[in-house]
Design a binder for this molecule. Structure first.
Ligand SMILES: [Fe+2]
Length: 319
């Protein structure tokens, strides 16, 4: 298995301290200047200064030095340059322009979420006491880990070649005609999703929370601070099965609080029994949600600041 983990990411921000303060208020832990993480993973998000909001770096892991050599060889076949100085491997996303580094290693384990007994029809798991979400409502349950990110690409084929054929992400599901490719480097149904866009940009990044109650509380806390941060949710996606709530950070990046995503531990079984590369689009069985909003608002796919991002990228020679 060439890749085994999404370790962390770096964002550039016109107001890095404001973005960092936002995430400290909403559950991330600051471990050093510009470095934020969770209790189990101290480095998940690095924030640096930039002239526009964008993804600057993506940090992945793989199992062995041989995997690094394999990735370098495949990138070379694609005409892309990778630098391997022992470890890590460093290369550049040919469409988006951010750095991708791959280290030999794996993400730190996540301590299991505490069991919270729930009463269901025919089975009482909690008697003579209030639900945990009520009893512990003042105790925040912060994000547990960075789970995935979604890139809008002006050249989907080049992006697919880089992530699938070069780096070795594995396809979990694909919406027909390249509308969206869900891919993984861990057990998560998707750690990365590619979708078409007029310019290269980060559509959203996603943190896993314990459960729906944790998502509701965390999202409500963001909305109490900035009511216009709401983007779409809550709901449950079809592809990946995850519960979602999308909001906007102070820079206008969308982020998602999610839980209960499909986990793929047997690649062959998923490929054989579940992986589909011909899902229909938004009106078909792979539509946006099982419950919750049927569709996101148009700005979910075309954020209003895309022209600003496109201009900044053009100045760097990027589409
Ligand atoms: Fe997502």
């Amino acid at each position: 298995m060439p890749l085994n983990g999404l370790l962390d990411m770096e964002l550039r921000s016109p107001e890095p301290s404001a973005l960092g303060d936002f995430w400290e208020r909403h559950g991330l832990l600051r471990s050093a200047d510009g470095v934020y993480g969770t209790a189990d993973r101290p480095t998940q998000l690095t924030i640096g200064e930039g002239d526009h909001r964008h993804l600057a770096a993506l940090h992945l892991s793989c199992e062995s030095e041989a995997d690094l050599a394999g990735i370098a060889a495949r990138l070379d076949e694609l005409g892309l340059t990778a630098t391997v100085a022992d470890t890590p491997l460093t290369c550049v996303d040919p469409v988006h322009g951010h750095t991708v580094t791959v280290d030999v290693g794996e993400p730190a384990p996540i301590r299991p979420a505490e069991a919270r007994p729930a009463n269901v029809p025919g089975h009482t798991a909690r008697t003579t006491e209030r639900a945990d979400a009520v009893a512990t409502r003042t105790q925040p349950r912060p994000p547990r880990r960075l789970g995935h990110l979604v890139l809008g690409s002006p050249d989907l084929e080049a992006s697919r070649r880089f992530y699938l054929d070069g780096l070795g992400f594995r396809v979990s599901d694909e919406i027909l005609n390249g509308v969206a490719t869900f891919m993984r480097c861990e057990a998560d149904h998707h750690n990365l999703l590619l979708q078409p866009a007029p310019t290269g940009y980060l559509n959203h990044y996603a943190f896993e929370l314990d459960d729906l109650d944790a998502i509701g509380a965390a999202s409500t806390a963001v909305l109490a601070e900035r009511a216009d941060a709401h983007v779409v949710g809550p709901g449950r996606h079809n592809l990946g099965s995850n519960v979602f709530w999308y909001l906007a950070d102070p820079d206008g990046n969308f982020f998602e609080f999610f839980c209960d995503m499909d986990q793929i531990h047997d690649d062959d079984a998923w490929e054989r029994d579940h992986c589909r590369r011909d899902w229909e689009g938004a009106d078909g069985p792979a539509g946006f949600s099982v419950w919750g909003p049927a569709d996101p608002p148009p700005e979910f796919f075309e954020p209003t600041d895309l022209p600003t991002i496109a201009a900044a990228r053009a100045a760097r020679g990027l589409a």
